[in-house]
Design a protein around this ligand. Structure first.
Ligand code: GLA
Length: 727
């Protein structure tokens, strides 16, 4: 619900409220974001500091969209450059409107299906207009916010910075939590108090990156997983971003949006620039409460329509990469597929190496036709044979890349990003196609369309294996090169949109050298993203834990793989590897051809378990009972169905289930206290053992003692109608 009164606005969700209000000079101030207020709660305008003359006062005010050069000396959200060279703005509110439904952001990914939109228009006397757009998702306690920048003046103006969010908090201390990482160790949470000055995370890699994620949380210093005030912000964007947190005498400010690095967008009179949206959550019940709000909202409002229903099964897939790498032919693939079919797998994904001349990572990207040396019957023939085995077919592709050794590059050398007069950098032996050019996107569309029309391809893994360098487009004039990074992202989004609309049954999984582009932008087109190339169970615990601070488990591509692990050389029990794969989308990535019939049969119960409980795992509420520790000695989590009728509990690691416990570890709890269940109900496990909900919550679930490397315990609980208790 959105309430407007006297230039003051309150956006209410079920448990939160957000307030903004224009002051006497028309400056739009942020006045509150926190626990739900009464429907008609007044806006508390900031009190005027004693003796503060007008100029000084501006630097103390909480602005809803901060601009530089006119008295606010903190981090600006927007930086316009007018034709006369001036770099300032003083934004005043000129109008506001509430409309039903959700605002649109042409060309950009966005949450869908909001109840109401508020648009507040601000204008600077020299012509910059900013339309702040807000949408409320009351049920999920999410508010989205975006900005459209318009030139209402008579001369062109350039945007040197055009952020999506500016949010001012009072002076009380806050911690910031960010997700940092690298290839094979993505999204590790880091928490630190906001210091005086500016702290920032961002990406200048052209992709949202392994290094930092475009989602951050602020929380009170005493907030933990289940208690305390937390605010979360997830940018719905997959390219360069910057998130700046500034602590000063005036309070704490957060500014988030496209990175100003190599960004400069020129607006002719009348033109607009649409900045991506940010999804915001406030939760009073800790980081767990915050993450569950994001999970529910992303599932219900961001994922592509077709995959939003958590009852819709996702295929259990086997990916050929770790089984074959580049070394395969049709016979080898079919042997692998036969084993997959015997284990009960649904879909066979042919990873890298299937196209013309591709025997290593040094050629052929851009030439998306099957290599007849390896696949004499083409993709059509392979697909037919897979279907005969009862398997669906999926394919890997890297549309944004081009190899110097490819027909596409030989034909169109100017289609790669490159700076005139310089030799472009190769990373993984490849260049990046200039997706800022519509004709390049169109050419890729034609190739993809041909490919997907040639046989029933049910799944595409869209990879992107390098960062952008040499960012310069042959198609744009010198003074518009500051638009290339963003136009590139618009090209990627346009192609993913076109693809998923033309092939509505297609399951798209994004990937970027593992999890280098795991963000809300990608999730608008693909309901799952490959989380990391590292499938080691202990590494995955921490990667998936960090990722789950914002992104729901059903979006995390996670596969069961072989031991010793190909990347880390470590071992872990079958149960631990299965638990980590079952956390997310559940698939396989290993050579099953050497598996005996008995060994294949051992995989089957897990696949059956996933089929039986997939809706719970995908659509349930996630509770971290014990976050993974740095030593990888243990972690526990559970998923509870929204109606609290069902739960799945996972405990992994020596610290919880091992018989041999390292002496340095604290004694493990004999029981694992659960969360999210109904205290008044009785729950029964798969062996018929009954527990009172209150017992499970307070005393905990008894854990067995197990043997082996990284043992794990999985338990399914169902609410019984019969109130008899045992245990
Ligand atoms: C990337 C992906 C892997 C695999 C390879 C293929 O590294 O993350 O899963 O697809 O590319 O080259």
């Amino acid at each position: 619900m959105i309430v407007c009164r006297d230039a003051c606005f309150t956006l209410h969700t079920a448990h939160t409220s957000y307030q903004l209000c224009a002051d006497e000079q028309g400056r739009l101030l942020h006045t509150y974001y926190g626990a739900r207020l009464p429907d008609d709660a007044p806006n508390l305008r900031p009190t005027r500091a004693p003796h503060a003359e007008a100029g000084r006062r501006l630097n103390l005010l909480p602005f809803e969209c901060s601009a530089p050069g006119t008295g606010d000396f903190r981090t600006p959200a927007v930086l316009p450059e007018y034709a006369d060279g001036s770099l300032c703005a003083d934004l005043q509110m000129v109008g506001a409107q509430v409309t039903p439904g959700k605002y649109e952001l042409p060309g950009l990914p966005a949450f869908r299906g909001a109840e109401q939109t508020l648009c507040v228009t601000l204008r600077d006397c020299a012509g910059l207009e900013v339309e702040l757009r807000y949408a409320v998702f009351p049920q999920h306690d999410v508010i989205t916010r975006a900005a459209v920048y318009r030139n209402t003046g008579a001369a062109p103006l350039s945007l040197r910075k055009a952020s999506s969010l500016c949010l001012d908090f009072d002076t009380r201390p806050l911690d910031m939590i960010t997700l940092h990482g690298k290839w094979s160790q993505e999204r590790t949470p880091e928490r630190a108090p906001l210091r005086y000055g500016v702290q920032s995370v961002g990406s200048m890699q052209g992709v949202s990156s392994h290094a930092h994620n475009p989602a951050v949380a602020l929380c009170r210093p005493d907030a933990d997983e289940e208690h305390g005030d937390c605010w979360g912000f997830a940018l719905v964007y997959s390219g360069n971003f910057l998130c700046e947190a500034e602590r000063s005498e005036s309070g704490n400010r957060l500014v988030m949006g496209i990175h100003p690095h190599q960004f400069c967008w020129t607006l002719a009179p009348g033109e607009s620039f649409v900045a991506p949206e940010v999804a915001m959550v406030y939760a009073a019940d800790g980081l767990g409460g915050m993450r569950r709000c994001f999970h529910r909202a992303i599932r219900a409002h961001l994922l592509p329509e077709r995959w939003r229903d958590m009852n819709r099964p996702r295929p259990v897939l086997l990916n050929s990469w770790e089984a074959c790498y580049f070394r395969f032919d049709q016979d080898r693939l079919l042997a692998l597929a036969e084993a997959a079919a015997r284990a009960g797998i649904d879909l066979f994904v042919l990873d890298d190496g299937w196209f013309k001349g591709r025997d290593a990572d040094n050629s052929s990207l851009g030439d998306w036709v099957a290599d007849v040396r390896k696949l004499p019957e083409g993709l059509e023939g392979l697909c037919r044979r897979l279907q005969a085995l009862g398997l669906d077919f999926g394919l890997w592709i890297e549309p944004e890349a081009v190899s110097p050794d490819s027909d596409l590059f030989r034909l169109h050398p100017d289609w790669a990003l490159r700076v005139p007069g310089r030799t472009p950098l190769t990373l993984r032996n490849q260049y990046v196609l200039d997706f800022s050019r519509p004709e390049v996107v169109q050419a890729l569309w034609e190739q993809l369309h041909r490919l997907l029309s040639s046989c029933p391809i049910r799944y595409i893994k869209w990879d992107m294996n390098r960062k952008l360098s040499d960012v310069y487009s042959a198609a744009l004039p010198a003074d518009r090169q500051g638009e290339v990074y963003h136009r590139y992202m618009l090209g990627v989004y346009a192609l993913q949109k076109q693809l998923t609309e033309a092939f509505p049954d297609l399951l798209l999984e994004n990937c970027a050298a593992g999890g280098g582009r795991f963000d809300c932008g990608m999730l608008c087109y693909s309901p799952q993203i490959w989380c990391s190339d590292n499938t080691d169970a202990r590494s995955r615990l921490s990667i998936q834990y960090g990722t789950s601070l914002f992104y729901p488990p059903c979006t995390m591509g996670s596969h069961f793989s072989i031991v010793p692990n190909h990347y880390t050389g470590r071992t872990a029990s079958v149960e631990a590897r299965m638990a980590c794969a079952l956390f997310g989308t559940f698939g396989f990535e290993l050579d099953l051809t050497g598996y005996s019939p008995e060994a294949l049969a051992e995989l089957r119960p897990y696949i059956d378990w996933y089929r039986a409980h997939g809706a719970l795992l995908r659509g349930g509420d996630l509770y971290w009972l014990l976050p993974p520790d740095a030593a990888g000695s243990g972690a526990a989590w559970m998923v509870v169905s929204p109606d609290r009728d069902e739960a799945a509990v996972f405990a992994v690691g020596d610290a919880l289930c091992g018989v041999e416990r390292a002496s340095t570890l604290p004694s493990p709890p004999p029981r694992l206290p659960l969360r999210g269940l109904c205290a008044q109900s009785v729950y029964e496990d798969a062996d018929g053992v009954r527990y009172a909900g209150a017992q499970l919550l307070a005393a905990g679930l008894p854990l067995p003692t197990l043997r082996g490397d990284v043992p794990a315990y999985l338990c399914y609980l169902r609410r019984t109608a019969d109130p008899r208790t045992t245990a």
